[in-house]
Design a protein around this ligand. Structure first.
Ligand code: SAM
Ligand code: SF4
Length: 329
């Protein structure tokens, strides 16, 4: 699959549920309304859509959410989809998780062919963690990360940089990740969905963060790339990689290789734009999958050249109505 700008599409991110047990304040409001379960694609349907993408050239799938490990039956789904890893069609099956359920699933994930996972954790301070997630328990996440390590999963930590919340914890996060043998990716807040407050006040430009981190760490540009939004540095003292996801202060769209499927079967071509294609109706209307193929073709023509993120000129109001848990980041 190639889009109209010649970019190959090889990476599908799948938000398997919009539900979450945390309420990170930069992601969603405390009183978040979730989708009725009746609107979800069944796991069987999700498998059909993912399989069609793999047959058409997708080589990497990331499960995300909401919290992917909260979707009922998710481990059975992963077991089923892992047949594409065993056949060699899929190079990688991975997930992004908040870690709350990881302690009980880490070993099974590894046994099912998941080699690497991303765990989101914004601070190592338990009180701040509870404040940022509105009630999350840091200890559960740390237990999950430990279980992942023991199971042999390679872990990368994702941390959203938040002015006045974790700005001064980021250097110790680099050190902790170094001690644990984890890569770390820092993320700028993105203006997705109403969070019931001003998101701009938490925005921290990662260029400034990098300058501050260079006081403590030797950072050198890394040759590592994923065709995604992260730019990587090598941390001399720890030998780990440090990624910077800077959608607002940098454009990363030229090499974008991904599409995003929601749990209701809507396919978004860009995290920072609204255009979408309804794969659920296409799938349900035609058992031969002709309509699904046609909808995927249409998606390729609709993938935009770049995103429309803007946080500074609209006083923190979201650029897009949908929250990050719809597309999973
Ligand atoms: N619940 C899982 C988790 O937290 O890892 C998976 C879904 S979460 C939406 C995926 C990633 O998006 C997390 O690393 C989270 O910190 C990040 N995220 C959520 N809302 C964001 C926002 N508005 N701007 C930037 N990153 C955001
Ligand atoms: Fe849940 Fe992830 Fe959003 Fe936090 S960032 S509320 S863990 S979906």
């Amino acid at each position: 699959m190639q889009d109209s700008f010649g970019r190959p599409i090889t990476y599908l991110r799948v938000s398997v549920t919009d539900r979450c047990d945390f309420r990170c304040f930069y992601c969603m409001p405390e009183s978040m309304t979730f989708l009725p379960r009746s609107e979800l694609l069944s796991l069987e349907e999700l498998d059909q859509v993912c399989t069609r993408f793999i047959e058409r050239g997708v080589t990497k799938i990331r499960l995300t959410g909401g919290e992917p490990l909260l979707r009922r039956g998710i481990m059975g789904f992963i077991e089923k989809i892992s047949r594409h890893v065993q056949s060699g069609a899929l190079n990688e099956l991975t997930l992004t998780t908040n870690g709350s359920q990881l302690a009980k699933h880490a070993k099974d994930l590894k046994d099912l062919g998941v080699d690497r996972i991303n765990v989101s954790m914004d601070t190592l301070d338990a009180d701040k963690f509870s404040e940022i997630t509105r009630g999350g328990q840091l200890l559960h996440v740390l237990d999950g990360i430990e279980a992942a390590k023991i199971a042999g999963l390679k872990v990368k930590i994702n941390t959203v940089a938040l002015k006045s919340f974790n700005e001064h914890d980021l250097s110790s996060m680099v050190g902790w990740c170094g001690d644990q043998g984890f890569d770390l990716t820092l993320i700028e807040t993105m203006p997705l969905g109403d969070i019931g407050g001003d998101r701009a006040k938490d925005y921290l430009a990662l260029d400034d963060v990098r300058t501050a981190l260079e006081q403590d760490w030797t950072l050198a540009p890394s040759s590592h790339t994923t065709n995604g939004p992260a730019r990587y540095m090598d941390v001399g003292e720890t030998q780990q990689r440090l990624g910077f996801i800077t959608p607002l202060s940098d454009h990363f769209c030229d090499t974008c290789n991904r599409m995003r499927l929601t749990c209701t079967g809507t396919l978004y071509m860009c995290l920072g734009q609204d255009s979408s294609v309804n794969l659920r109706d296409a799938l349900r209307s035609d058992a031969s999958q002709g309509a699904l193929n046609a909808a995927m073709d249409q998606a390729l023509t609709l993938k935009p050249k770049g995103h429309d993120f803007e946080i500074s000129t609209n006083k923190g109001a979201p650029s897009l109505k949908r929250h990050m848990n719809v597309t999973g980041g």
